[in-house]
Design a binder for this molecule. Structure first.
Ligand SMILES: [Zn+2]
Length: 442
């Protein structure tokens, strides 16, 4: 090892000022925006410091490799998370998993482990959907769960298409889409994440093993009325979609309260045209709905829509509903979970209420998750927190899990491999690859 080992807390301190949002508080690190690109540059530098080769794949996913014996990347053990954030989010959601991965690599190096297979650290783009509205976009493109044409047509709030944002970060959008070769390299994926609730605080433990990820969907409900003058229009003559939208927000909460374990949130509402002295002509209301039972989610959506239609009709308005994204509940690979539980016998098992790239990958490869304690229990907000000692306990737990997977068999039976795929290579052919060092200068 040609560098001093780093702790997860020390690595994160280098990122402390990147993407700070003075207006909202916390951090705004949108995919392919300036802050996330700085984090991608940091990723490449940390990989280089550990003599790991970095590649940016067809879907903008960063990979840093330590090849296995003979340079093989078959059945690699892969770990990492994402670098992007929600608007005004916390410091740890995403970067903690990547920093812990590099800290775990250092711990493995100090132990002098002789691995039987390759190890890769990854960072997925647009996990939060904060910029283009589609959560887990990078992993969904890679596994084929997201249509590339639909993805490339997505635009951010400023009207910039995904294709343009990717090109600006040095990723060629012409090659976006299902990537069986990249998936075939993964023998097992382990994602460490800051806990987004109070499970570990309540149990007084620093690290947990994930058992499932609950289903998560995003819908856009549009209320249409009649735009008009705020002063000249009598109260009796109005068809005001904002009034209907306000009632819908309350109805969303009321519907969710009637169903055990349901979560329903309106966190974003956008009136058009959005003038202070203008009755809006339409209001877009984004609904985030989650439930551990996949059969319950459509019932919740139907109940909300029915209430919204009648509330809108009472104001002379109409409602349309569009599904923006949906991923069902995921039970993480049992054999891998048993392996991880044997390595970390004292760690409690928790369900994840949030969506993760791990949930997308769980459809095609064995996946496990670890959670690091968050003393505030708050996430997607500036108050998200991780103590240095807990961050390092998480990195050490991750190193233990990686060491076990690197030196023993991986649960290979569940691995999907395309009949047409070539033998796994650590880096993909150069014509489909981007040099992250160069891309950062664009
Ligand atoms: Zn996250």
């Amino acid at each position: 090892m040609n560098h001093a080992p780093a702790t997860a807390g020390r690595l994160l301190r280098d990122l402390h000022e990147v993407g700070r949002d003075r207006r909202r508080g916390g951090y705004t690190r949108f995919a392919y925006g300036p802050a996330e690109r700085e984090l991608r540059e940091w990723f490449a530098a940390e990989a280089a410091r550990r003599s790991m080769d970095t590649e940016t794949d067809r879907n903008g996913i960063l990979w840093a490799w330590i090849p296995g014996p003979g340079g093989s990347c078959e059945q690699a053990v892969v770990t990492g998370s994402h670098l992007d954030s929600v608007p005004g989010g916390g410091e740890f959601d995403g970067p903690l998993g990547v920093a812990s991965a590099f800290a775990a690599v250092d711990l493995l190096n100090t132990r002098g482990l002789t691995p039987r297979r390759a190890l890769a650290v990854v960072a997925f783009p647009e996990e939060e959907g904060g910029r283009f509205g589609q959560a887990c976009l990078g992993s969904r493109l890679m596994t084929g769960a997201m249509d590339p044409g639909r993805a490339l047509a997505l635009r951010d709030a400023d009207g910039i298409p995904l294709a343009e944002a990717m090109a600006g970060a040095g990723v060629d959008p012409r090659h976006v889409g299902r990537d069986d070769e990249a998936v075939a390299r993964i023998g097992a994926f382990v994602e460490l994440h800051v806990e987004q609730g109070r499970g570990l605080v309540d149990r007084g433990r620093p690290v947990a093993v994930g058992s499932s990820i609950i289903g998560h969907g995003l819908w856009r409900l549009t209320v249409t009325g009649q735009g008009n003058h705020a002063g000249a229009t009598r109260m009796t003559d109005r068809r005001d979609p904002m009034v209907a939208a306000g009632a819908v927000v309350v109805a969303v909460r009321d519907v969710a309260r009637t169903v055990r374990d349901a979560r329903a949130t309106v966190g974003r509402i956008e009136p058009t045209p959005g003038g202070t002295n203008v009755i809006a002509s339409r209001v877009d209301v984004w609904l985030d709905i989650r439930h551990p039972d996949d059969a319950v989610v459509p019932m919740l959506v139907a109940a909300v829509t029915e209430r919204a239609r009648s509330l809108a009709a009472a104001e002379g308005c109409e409602v349309t509903l569009v599904e923006e994204s949906y991923g069902g509940s995921v039970r993480l690979d049992r054999r891998l979970r048993d392996r991880v539980a044997a390595v970390l016998p004292d760690a409690p098992h928790l369900d994840a209420g949030a969506g993760h790239d791990a949930g997308v990958l769980a459809e095609v490869v064995p996946v496990s998750m670890l959670f690091t304690r968050n003393p505030t229990g708050i996430s997607h907000a500036p108050q998200e927190q991780v103590e240095d000692a807990d961050a390092q306990a998480g990195a050490a737990a991750l190193a233990d899990v990686l060491a076990d997977l690197l030196s023993g068999p991986v649960p290979a039976a569940a691995v999907v491999s395309s009949p047409n795929s070539r033998p796994a290579q650590c880096a993909q052919p150069t014509d489909r690859r981007t040099d992250p060092g160069r891309s950062m200068d664009t």
